[in-house]
Design a protein around this ligand. Structure first.
Ligand code: SF4
Ligand code: SF4
Length: 181
């Protein structure tokens, strides 16, 4: 059986343990070869950019940060049914449901709402399945340039309702535009 039998890529090489020659031991040829690679890349177009000062254009189908939507009266749409959490392959979503009180009808559209709704952005793979599973059109991965920003603690990547729920002003603005159209 050849040594390549177990190589899936076919790039596997048998490492030689032969003694280095004098020229190989002074590494000059290897250093020169390495410098040639560096030199070659110095004149190529750079593939990296100085983010965040520079940004690349976003794809029209880019899936950005999640947003928990409000209806045209500014009420939260989510009814804490849990379908988004069940459909999430990364198990990134958790929530706690609560019953809407009589004086909260202006806040929540349904009788049940998410008292706590959290997405772990370190787990999320931005697949959009939560959006597809939602029967209330309550969660969207925004097509704007909103991204989960870099941070230094894991806790800050657990996005709660404070970061996820659509700002009220945005809901009012959207409703005004709809009415004008
Ligand atoms: S986008 Fe995908 S991975 Fe992220 S929370 Fe939604 S279902 Fe889970
Ligand atoms: S976002 Fe949609 S699917 Fe998820 S709990 Fe709320 S209503 Fe249900």
């Amino acid at each position: 059986m050849s040594s390549n039998t177990y190589s899936l890529s076919g790039r596997k090489k048998t490492v030689s343990d032969k003694k280095l020659t004098w020229t190989e031991r002074i590494y000059l040829v290897a250093i020169f070869k390495g410098m040639m690679v560096t030199l070659k890349h110095m004149f190529k177009k750079k593939v990296t950019i100085a983010y965040p000062e520079q940004t690349r254009p976003f794809s029209p189908v880019y899936r950005g940060r999640h947003m928990l939507m409000r209806d045209d009266e500014g009420r939260e749409r989510c009814t804490a049914c849990g379908l988004c959490a069940l459909s999430c392959p990364a198990e990134a979503i958790t929530m706690k449901a609560a019953e809407r009180k009589a004086d909260e009808k202006h806040l929540y559209r349904e009788e049940k709402y998410a008292e706590i709704y959290e997405i772990n952005m370190l787990r999320c793979i931005f697949c959009g399945l939560c959006e597809e599973a939602c029967p209330k059109q309550a969660i969207y991965l925004t097509t704007s340039k909103q991204i989960a920003k870099a941070d230094v603690t894991r806790e800050n990547f657990i996005f709660g309702k404070d970061k996820l729920v659509m700002p009220l002003e945005m809901a009012i603005h959207n409703t005004k535009q709809q009415n004008q159209a």
